[in-house]
Every structure is written in structure tokens, then in C-alpha cells.
Ligand binder design. Structure first.
Ligand code: ATP
Length: 234
């Protein structure tokens, strides 16, 4: 479904990603783990069209997308939920969630979709009239994911959804992501919390200094000695 082939990308003259290749099959949950500054967000930004690769190619659903404008990439069903949520704090939760459903390709059927999405997030449903900025960190993250789902993703990319959340909320967050995966949405998940992320992953990549250092199944990486010491603190 997604095929990233040997891309190089960065900011101005600074090269961040070098020769990065990965693939995500339909229905798979693929995780990318890596430490601070390894290039995880830059990789998702490159796939979303926000950072243009200077070499290599990106294909989604059989079409080359690395030269497409970001809104066209969104229209093709590739949706990113950004790190730190980026909600509109002085707008209601309802309007923040609905915001995800305005692209012309998905606008029809928005009311029904809204209802289906809220079935996944009962907590968000209870808070529809509250200002988004007044929610807890975990609730705001749920709103950000709900907004992403409103766009009918074929592939949902989540950038560190557990960032800044208390440990008990982190578990709830991964339970929700697991449920979304089980409804058939393909997920590409970027995380520093390697243990949780690898547990729900079919396959995973490790990114170090802007390069893919390892690739394996989620279970395979959980028992890999390098991953155990470097990422799981075992
Ligand atoms: P984190 O988990 O801390 O978010 P990350 O793996 O997502 O890290 P990136 O955000 O992709 O890492 O950052 C990779 C490198 O790119 C870092 O050295 C960062 O300083 C640099 N970088 C990120 N955004 C920009 C920018 N807009 N301009 C210049 N350099 C940037």
C-alpha cells in the first residue's frame, strides 16, 4: 500500500533522512521506533508531502506521491495525526473533530462518520461542547485521532500518540490504536515508547541517525538483544 524507496530528505542543506526504505501492506500495523531526533517525524512529514525528498520515491496505492501537494495526498487517503496533537484550543471538541471531515473527497456522509468515530471514543462524545484546550492530554490525543479518522484514512499515520501522557493513559491509548487497527485501518505508528508500540505491531523498523538500522516483526524486535538494551531498558 505504501512503498518508500531510498529517500533522502531534510531541511535546507541539512540532510536528516538518508536512503530510507520501508513498506506498509494493506491491513498491517507497522511501527517505527527511534530515539529523540532520529528522524521519525521528518519521515512522516516526507510521506505527507510536507517535506520534499531530494532523492528516492514514495508510492501510495500504486501512485507516486512524492511530488504531490499535501492536500492531494490527504485526498488519496493518507492521513497524519501530528505529534503534540495541534488542536484548535478555543474551538469546541465537536468542531475540532468535524474539521477532519471537510476534504471534498470525504465530506458526503460526514454525520454518519462522526457517529461511527465517536463510538470508538465515548469519552470524546461526552465532551463535545467543551473547548478542546480544556481537555486533559490523553483526551486531547483522542480528539486528534478522532479528527484523523473523520478523514476516512486508508492509511493512518500516528506521530508519537503517547507523548506526554501518564503511564495508565498510555495503555488506554494503545488499546484504542489496537481497536482502530482491528477495524481494518492500516496504521503506521511512530513511537519512542518501544514496548507498547512493538506489542501491537505486525512489523517494525528502527530508525537511528536518519537511517533504517533494523527491520523485523514486532515480536522479533521485542526479543532482539540490541532493542532490549537500547530501547526497552532491559
Ligand atoms: P522526536 O522524537 O524528538 O520528535 P524525531 O525522531 O521525530 O524526534 P525529527 O523531529 O524528525 O526527529 O528531527 C530530526 C532532526 O531534524 C533533528 O535534529 C531536528 O533538530 C531536525 N529538524 C526538525 N525539524 C526541523 C526544521 N524545521 N528545520 C531544521 N531542522 C529540523
Amino acid at each position: 500500500m505504501l512503498k518508500v524507496s531510498e529517500i533522502t530528505a531534510g531541511y535546507g542543506r541539512t540532510v536528516i533522512l538518508q536512503d530510507v526504505s520501508l513498506r506498509v501492506g494493506r491491513g498491517e500495523v507497522v511501527t517505527i521506533i527511534g530515539s529523540n531526533g532520529a528522524g521519525k517525524t521528518t519521515l512522516l512529514r516526507a510521506i505527507s508531502g510536507l517535506v520534499k525528498p531530494t532523492a528516492g520515491s514514495i508510492e501510495f496505492d500504486g501512485r507516486r506521491i512524492d511530488r504531490m501537494p499535501p492536500d492531494e495526498i490527504v485526498g488519496s487517503g493518507l492521513i497524519m495525526v501530528p505529534e503534540a496533537r495541534q488542536l484548535f484550543p478555543v474551538m469546541s471538541v465537536r468542531d475540532n473533530v468535524l474539521m477532519g471531515g471537510y476534504h471534498p473527497k470525504v465530506r458526503a456522509g460526514m454525520a454518519q462518520r462522526f457517529d461511527e468515530v465517536l463510538d470508538i471514543f465515548p469519552r470524546v462524545r461526552e465532551r463535545l461542547d467543551q473547548l478542546a484546550g480544556s481537555l486533559s492530554g490523553g483526551e486531547q490525543q483522542m480528539v486528534a485521532i478522532a479528527r484523523g479518522l473523520m478523514a476516512k484514512p486508508k492509511l493512518l499515520m500516528l506521530d508519537e500518540p503517547s507523548l506526554g501522557l501518564a503511564p495508565i493513559i498510555v495503555q488506554q491509548m494503545f488499546d484504542v490504536i489496537d481497536r482502530i487497527c482491528k477495524t481494518g485501518t492500516t496504521v503506521l505508528l511512530v513511537e519512542q515508547k518501544a514496548f507498547h508500540a512493538l506489542k501491537i505491531a505486525d512489523r517494525a523498523y528502527v530508525i537511528e541517525n536518519g537511517q533504517i538500522a533494523l527491520e523485523n516483526t514486532g515480536v522479533g524486535l521485542l526479543s532482539d538483544p540490541h532493542i532490549k538494551t537500547a530501547y526497552l531498558g532491559i
